[in-house]
Ligand binder design. Structure first.
Ligand SMILES: [Zn+2]
Length: 259
């Protein structure tokens, strides 16, 4: 039995190898995941997220440093003096509803939107805001000090003790020691508290629990942080906080200036 040997020229062998090599390289390049549009898109999204997170962390760090400086400056502040909260910190948001018609009275009872509180209340609010900011939130005000004459005006429009404090007894707001607030994220977007501000129903009560876990967690965060800084809740309004040490202040009719 004879064996037939087939001789392949070396130049042909080399050529075939080159063709195979080039083909495999081209194939590899085409299928490389690094070059697919989806991968590039995902990479861009991840990069954008990292950048956003870094800038958010930096802003938070800068804000907290600034608030520490503001708190140090506030040591000199008179505890009883009325203070415009906006002059103390850039990290509060104001949405003074009684300076607009977007409130349950459907009437603007303030000449302009300002948030004044007593000095000691302002210090406590700054400290509370610092705690909120560490967790990625900030305070937004709906109402602060309310001049006594405005309390009388509100009572005239809506003489219902369930909704407005009778001017005969007055309100802690008239002493500059109560605030109506909610929380926002660091960009000022309001977070869900279950009801709108000034929603007068059982859903706004602290004891109301038929709410999403997230909403309850927001209310608890607000309450626990405010209580830590000397504020107390009232049963029926998740947004209202009385500064306990400020209850001793006298009812006032100080009127703020409008530009
Ligand atoms: Zn209130």
């Amino acid at each position: 039995m004879s064996t037939k040997i087939i001789y392949i020229p070396i130049w042909l062998l080399l050529m075939v190898m080159c063709v195979v090599l080039i083909f495999s390289c081209t194939q590899k390049k085409e299928t490389s995941i690094n070059d697919t549009p989806l991968f590039t898109e995902q990479l861009k999204t991840i990069e954008a997220r990292i950048k956003t997170q870094l800038s958010y962390e930096q802003r938070k760090k800068d804000s907290l440093q600034k608030i520490e400086q503001q708190l140090a400056m506030l040591q000199e502040l008179d505890d009883t003096a009325f203070v415009n909260i906006k002059t103390l910190s850039d990290y509060f948001t104001l949405d003074m509803r009684y300076a607009t018609t977007a409130n349950f009275l459907k009437e603007a009872v303030y000449p302009c939107a300002k948030c004044y509180v007593r000095g000691s209340v302002a210090k406590a609010l700054l400290k509370a805001n610092e705690d909120f900011m560490k967790k990625g939130y900030r305070i937004k005000f709906f109402d602060c000090y309310r001049p006594y004459s405005v309390q009388k005006k509100m009572w005239k429009i809506f003489p219902n003790p369930g909704y407005v404090a009778d001017p005969r007894g007055g309100s802690i707001h008239n002493k500059g020691a109560a605030v109506d607030i909610t929380l926002t994220d660091m960009d000022g977007n309001e977070i869900d508290m279950g009801t709108a501000f000034d929603y007068f129903g059982k859903e706004a009560h602290h004891s109301y629990k038929k709410l999403a876990d997230e909403v309850i967690a927001h209310r608890v965060l607000l309450r626990e942080t405010m209580e830590k800084h000397g504020f107390k809740t009232i049963r029926t309004e998740w947004w209202h906080y009385n500064y306990q040490a400020g209850r001793a202040f006298k009812i006032s009719d100080f009127r703020w200036e409008c530009e």
